[in-house]
Design a protein. Structure first.
Length: 420
């Protein structure tokens, strides 16, 4: 073990996940997995997901050795800090982790702990599969048309945290440079101003798009769509688009085809086993995920676009309460649900744990435990289809039975045992 832990206890049993020469995970049957239950409703959905994932592992002849680590409110209560070094070190050393929601104040206080973890662990790809489960109410007429995987760049864009507060010496220096040195002397309105910087690098862009294309090839997806606002932000998001196409042409020439070539040479009918790489303007894409849902498989986006598009896609399959996510780096994984911490419901054993459970399903897939992951998905769908659900779904369906968070997890576990 490379680190001496002061604030958390390492399990007495279990093995450490390693990596090979290509940064691919080497996973034992008894891995140690750090878990952050999270703030607010994390105290309910974290333990519920943990029990479900234990059941899926056991049903397939494996065992997860959980290592409880802390961030956010629980870390402040125990250690007087938001993100203890031991939490970060455990996630680095044991490589695959899962966390519940963490609260970030708006406009004041500390920066997002979610963003901090992604940056400290270099988890550059936020991956959110969006698919409909039978029985989940949806605001659209055909939610099953949505079967999309969003790859959101996780470390750059306006989320990089390069911001300067109105009224500070720093923002005045930046303003004077922009206006005096760079010639934008009539762009910023008079009076107080906050300024942020939007970095989009070739390195960050290409590794994200590369990962999206690799996923599409490995999972028999038809297309990868680069989503950008390059018509306005030409040298950031426009270049994101250009660098994305470069990755496809230079590294995947045999496996991909761009949309122009598709129509010029194949009249829109793609050759078998070839991924079509195309691009869409971000605001138009928000419309097309509603009007032409079935035309999109994998999306690759800068950070902010990815945040918007992922949530909009999640709404079509029933909302963020069931939307899973995972953050991927080279040889590291942090699974997490998309929803927030909803502190007013904390500790009430009331909310839907499906998003946390299905994020655990993504974690199992990254471990290479596809059989356990499929069990989790099928068991959650079977439980929801039964009509015995948490209040958020029960109030939208006829003849449903309302369950507590823990009772819903019990039902999912029973389905796992029946399906195994």
């Amino acid at each position: 073990m490379s680190h001496e832990y002061e604030h958390v206890d390492v399990p007495e049993t279990g093995s450490t996940i390693g990596v090979d020469e290509n940064d691919e995970l080497v996973v034992p049957d008894d891995p140690i997995v750090p878990i952050i239950h999270g703030d607010g409703i994390g105290t309910d959905v974290g333990p519920a997901a943990q029990r479900v994932l234990d059941a899926a592992a056991e049903a397939t002849g494996r065992e997860i050795n959980w290592m409880r680590v802390y961030a956010g409110e629980s870390a402040r209560e125990k250690y007087g800090e938001n993100l203890p070094a031991d939490t970060v070190e455990a996630m680095k050393e044991f490589r695959v982790s899962i966390k519940g929601p963490l609260t970030t104040p708006v406009g004041a206080g500390f920066r997002s702990l979610n963003v901090a973890l992604r940056k400290k662990l270099d988890l550059y790809a936020n991956v959110r599969p969006t698919y409909h489960l039978d029985g989940v109410p949806s605001p659209v007429t055909d939610p099953a048309a949505m079967d999309m995987v969003n790859f959101r760049e996780n470390t750059e864009d306006v989320y990089a945290g390069i911001e300067f507060e109105a009224g500070t010496d720093e923002v005045q220096q930046v303003r004077e440079f922009i206006e005096g040195e760079m010639g934008f002397d009539s762009t910023i309105h008079d009076g107080p101003v906050g300024i942020g910087i939007k970095p989009i690098t070739e390195f960050g862009t290409k590794r994200l798009v590369r990962r999206a294309i690799e996923y599409a090839i490995e999972n028999d997806r038809d297309s990868v769509t680069i989503v950008h606002k390059g018509n306005i932000m030409k040298f950031t998001e426009g270049t994101f688009r250009d660098w994305g196409y470069e990755v496809a042409a230079e590294e995947f020439a045999e496996e991909t085809i761009d949309e122009d070539t598709l129509w010029e040479e194949y009249d829109g009918d793609a050759p078998e086993d070839v991924v079509v790489v195309k691009d869409r303007i971000a605001d138009n894409m928000l419309q097309q995920i509603l009007t032409r849902t079935e035309q999109y498989d994998v999306l690759a986006m800068p950070n902010l676009n990815g945040d918007y598009l992922s949530d909009a896609a999640g709404a079509q399959i029933g909302g963020l309460g069931i939307a899973p996510g995972a953050n991927l780096g080279d040889g590291r994984v942090l699974a997490e649900p998309v929803h927030g911490s909803a502190p007013k419901y904390a500790g009430q054993d009331k909310v839907n744990p499906s998003a946390m459970i299905l994020s655990g399903r993504l974690m199992l897939e990254q471990l290479g435990w596809e059989d356990a992951a499929l069990l989790v998905r099928d068991a959650v769908e079977a439980q929801i289809s039964s009509g015995e659900v948490t209040y958020d779904i029960e109030r939208q369906i006829d003849g449903g039975e309302k369950l507590a968070t823990s009772e819903f997890a019990d039902g999912v576990i029973e389905h796992i045992e029946r399906l195994a």
